[in-house]
Design a protein around this ligand. Structure first.
Ligand SMILES: *Cc1c(COP(=O)(O)O)cnc(C)c1O
Length: 382
């Protein structure tokens, strides 16, 4: 048996190494001209008015929530089926996560589950999540929550490449938060960005990503820069470095090809796995105006933990997205058993979810091995 099929291999564009060396040689290695250029290019890519590059999606979420200036302890809706970073961001911003159940087909909250949560606790804001790359219907969810769009923060960590109604995710958002973590569709290693149509939010996040220093404070060490600065608000240390931004610029040029590769791999999985008994494939029959980003290919299987172990033994690495927040110790202690007992669909579906390898460099041979191992594991379970 040849080596294991990894769960993820981050693709790296050819120009990345040269781009990094150029930054190192330039004498300017933290936030600077590369970051500004990456922001402009990512904004152009999305069709967004403003992009502010930051250290991570987690800090992007926290900065956007802080920038809203909500009263401390405000209830903020969020799916429980999300990454802990998104819940931590709500808590670090000083607010209270209110967990929302999901729809079984889309794996994201529906207007009904949002309305049910909003009826229990009147929310001050909501964090949406594009699970696996599915572009959520933000206006419908905002209406169900009774919230203005200026109270919606979109966690679009899985989102670049997704679109709804012809509009790329993040192109017209009040606050869309992207991740450039190693496993994401546009990998830099670490990094994040806020895309917004609101200039005021962009200005606030730009100041708050660097302690809250007055605008363009990073320029103070540039030739002709002034040492003078003011601190207008209490921010975070969450700026992106020019080394990251240079990687991001090179990666961004390759992203459209990578998205096409993901779509082809997904079509191949769909065809090869269509008739495996006991297996539930990702949702099909999406509306024609919905473009999925295919960050993840998540199937549902019986005996998920054992099936995952059997795949591992057969040389196929898998992952799980996610352990729901309400099943994690720290949040259970914080939110209490009652709040954590209100998520029946999440409880039932999350224990079946298994993410299969999906990345631009996955070879047909590697994919065939995933299919064979999964088919074998389910042969006796269907
Ligand atoms: C990866 C991820 C994050 C966190 O991104 P970072 O850039 O690592 O902070 C947040 N939300 C979701 C849904 C994610 O998958």
């Amino acid at each position: 048996m040849s080596s294991t099929v990894p769960f993820n291999v981050p693709p790296l564009a050819d120009e990345v190494s040269d781009a990094v060396v150029k930054v190192l040689d330039s004498g300017w290695i933290t936030t600077g001209p590369q970051t500004a250029a990456f922001e402009q290019e990512f904004a152009d890519h999305l069709g967004a008015a403003h992009v502010v590059a930051v250290a991570s999606c987690t800090t992007a979420l926290e900065l956007c929530l802080r920038a809203m200036g909500l009263p401390p302890g405000s209830p903020v809706l969020t799916p429980s089926l999300t990454f802990c970073g998104a819940i931590n961001a709500i808590l670090h911003a000083g607010h209270r996560p209110v967990l929302v159940d999901i729809d079984e087909d889309t794996l994201v909250p529906s207007p009904e589950t949002v309305a049910a949560a909003a009826a229990r606790v009147k929310p001050a804001a909501m964090v949406t999540q594009n699970q696996a790359g599915y572009p959520v219907d933000v206006p419908a969810l905002a209406a169900a929550a009774g919230l203005d769009r200026s109270r919606i923060v979109e966690d679009t960590a899985h989102g670049p490449g997704a679109a709804r109604g012809g509009a790329p995710v993040g192109s017209s958002s009040f606050a869309a938060c992207f991740s450039f973590y190693a496993t994401k569709n546009l990998p830099i290693g670490e990094g994040g960005a806020v895309a917004t149509s609101d200039e005021e939010l962009a200005d606030r996040v730009r100041a708050m990503r660097l302690h809250g220093l007055s605008k363009d404070a990073w320029k103070r060490y540039m030739p002709g820069g002034s040492w003078r600065y003011d601190l207008k608000t209490i921010g975070l240390k969450a700026n992106m470095t020019d080394v990251q931004a240079a990687i991001g610029r090179a990666q961004l040029r390759a992203l459209p090809d990578w998205q096409r590769a993901r779509e082809e791999l997904v079509a191949r999985y769909d065809a090869a796995l269509a008739d495996v008994p006991g297996l539930i494939l990702p949702q099909r029959g999406l509306p024609a105006d919905v473009r999925h980003a295919w960050h993840l290919y998540q199937v549902r299987v019986p005996d998920r933990d054992v099936v995952g172990d059997e795949l591992q033994a057969a040389g196929v690495a898998t992952s799980v997205h996610f352990i729901p927040a309400h099943q994690l110790t720290a949040y259970r202690e914080l939110l209490g058993e009652e709040e954590c007992g209100r998520l029946p669909v999440t409880d039932r579906v999350a224990e079946q979810l298994l993410s299969l390898p999906l990345y631009p460099g996955l070879s047909p041979d590697g994919q065939d091995r995933v299919v064979a191992a999964l088919t074998e594991a389910l042969r006796t379970r269907g």
